[in-house]
Design a protein around this ligand. Structure first.
Ligand SMILES: *Cc1c(COP(=O)(O)O)cnc(C)c1O
Length: 507
């Protein structure tokens, strides 16, 4: 890219680290130092100011606006990140979440002053239980992975109550599972045992049967699975697990494909987290905290963590302590992400049950439209059959030409798209997992498909160097993610990082 004097590229402003240009002496506030006041810190007050960068207000505003313009966002364009369900966040949700009565609550407020908030939590619980056909829900988990922990702790508590806490230690996890599944099982003290996938991307039932036994605590399964396929044998899988005395944990991250169409409770699921930030449109990915309410079957409901909402006459109350109950404990301080509860319930109520069903149908329709266009130009390993809400491609049509999945992802950046999910699931080679969601209009799907197809043409034409050079238009080119993760630079030293950043920006 042409170097500019300023380092800016068109209207995109170059921006360095705050520490490089801020001065310790500058401040955005102008208050006289208090005089003649007794020291109430017992002499422990700082002698020198902390070495934090000082900025005037306009400098601070510009710094963060400049950084924000380097970001990609669902409000900018299609965000095809598979398994993440990056859908539009309706503005109505935001208005409701900002209502004072919800936004300005304190978790320690007296119970009689938060009756509306408790009613909202109860209503959200009712929607979640009705949609999933389950007996109970724990609202407090703060992300999908946290919900998995909640479900698996409930399973562990149920096994302990049965006197099998020490004997049932093995959790079966399919090869295609998201990494959080085995991590959760291991964190709960279980041993992870992998189940193979069949050639058509499903759980291998024969392998599952072989791995059942009196030491099996349960299975953790995603449906639709991470290949974007519905596990048609799910009832059989549930029966097999239950027959062997284990429980069925379903990873509900892909619930967007089936919400309003299928009730996981009818499929034999015992516990499932629901990512409100995926299926129910609350912002995620730098946009706000997640929320992973976990629904539980009749068998696991007694072990649900506190807090629990109960009715005392007209008044709702929270039971905060597990003494005298079978609750396994609690997931976090306080009650969960109130703002996300408000957004999710707003989303549910504005769609209604028929609208939520249409969410699933349109999400699947959009994915199949992309599949139909892309499979003519890429290898789609399970593409002979319709997919659910995401399209899985592998690298077998590009790798022989010298182009890798990562190169495709980098080329997409130059075209103005956040890349698809790369190299996940692991069951296919060089996976490219694309999830459009239902909120993309046909025009956007076509733009994205046109870009992907044009890139496929370049691969066919042997333009390997084009891909290896990408991205050319981003503020930073190819970064060494692995090194950044393994050898993170966590301390700033004057003059050390800044030069490299400025050089990159100008290249
Ligand atoms: C997103 C996701 C998770 C984890 O959810 P978080 O909210 O990111 O913790 C688990 N499993 C699958 C399949 C996912 O896509």
């Amino acid at each position: 890219m042409t170097a500019t004097v300023s380092g800016n590229h068109g209207l995109q402003q170059a921006e360095g680290l705050l520490f490089d240009f801020a001065s310790l002496k500058r401040t955005g506030v102008d208050m006289p130092a208090p005089r003649g006041r007794p020291d109430r810190l017992g002499g422990l007050g700082r002698k020198v100011a902390p070495p934090l960068p000082g900025l005037s207000e306009p400098e601070a505003v510009r710094h963060y606006v400049r950084l924000s313009q380097k970001n990609y966002a669902i409000d900018l364009g299609l965000f095809p990140l598979g398994s993440c369900t990056m859908k539009h966040n309706p503005r109505l949700n935001e208005r409701m979440a900002r209502l004072e009565g919800f936004a300005d609550l304190h978790p320690l407020q007296p119970m009689q002053t938060v009756q509306g908030a408790l009613l909202l939590m109860e209503e959200l619980s009712r929607w979640l239980m009705t949609l999933t056909g389950m007996e109970a829900v724990a609202l407090s988990p703060k992300a999908g992975a946290h919900g998995e922990l909640c479900g698996m702790l409930a399973i562990r508590a149920a096994l302990i109550a049965r006197g099998e806490g020490e004997t049932r230690k093995r959790v079966l996890v399919p090869e295609s599972a998201h990494g959080t599944n085995p991590a959760t099982a291991a964190a709960c003290g279980f041993i992870v045992d992998e189940i193979h996938a069949t050639d058509d991307g499903h759980v291998d039932i024969e392998d599952l049967k072989k791995k059942l036994g009196p030491d099996v605590a349960g299975i953790m399964l995603t449906n639709p699975n991470t290949c974007g396929l519905f596990e048609r044998d799910i009832r059989t899988i549930a029966d097999l697990i239950h027959g062997a005395g284990g429980y069925f944990y379903c990873d509900g991250a892909n619930y967007n494909a089936i919400v309003g169409r299928v009730r996981p409770g009818d499929l034999g699921v015992d516990a499932m987290h629901i990512n409100l930030h995926k299926t129910f449109s609350t912002p995620h990915g730098g946009g706000g905290p997640g929320a992973g309410p976990t629904v539980l079957s009749e068998a696991l409901a007694p072990f649900a963590p506190v807090p629990l909402i109960t009715l005392h006459g007209e008044n709702r109350e929270l039971i905060e302590h597990s003494e005298g109950t079978q609750a396994f404990g609690r997931m976090c301080a306080f009650h969960g992400q109130m703002g996300m509860f408000t957004r999710a319930l707003t989303y549910m109520m504005s769609h209604g049950s028929d609208g939520l069903r249409q969410v699933a149908e349109d999400a699947v329709l959009n994915a199949n439209y992309l599949l139909a266009r892309l499979k003519l130009h890429f290898s789609a390993p399970f593409g002979e059959r319709p997919c659910m809400h995401e399209v899985l491609l592998d690298d077998s049509s590009i790798k022989p030409k010298g182009v890798e999945t990562i190169d495709m992802a980098k080329a997409l950046l130059d075209e103005g798209y956040h890349p698809f999910t790369t190299y996940f699931p692991l069951v296919v080679h060089g996976a490219m997992l694309i999830e459009p969601t239902e909120t993309e209009p046909k025009r956007e799907l076509d733009r994205f498909a046109d870009v992907m197809i044009a890139l496929a043409e370049r691969v066919k034409a042997g333009e390997v160097e084009f891909f290896k050079q990408a991205p050319k238009l981003t503020p930073m080119r190819r970064l060494d993610d692995t090194r950044a993760a393994r050898q993170p630079k966590l301390r700033w030293r004057r003059g050390e990082n800044s030069g490299a950043a400025a050089k990159h920006a100008a290249e």
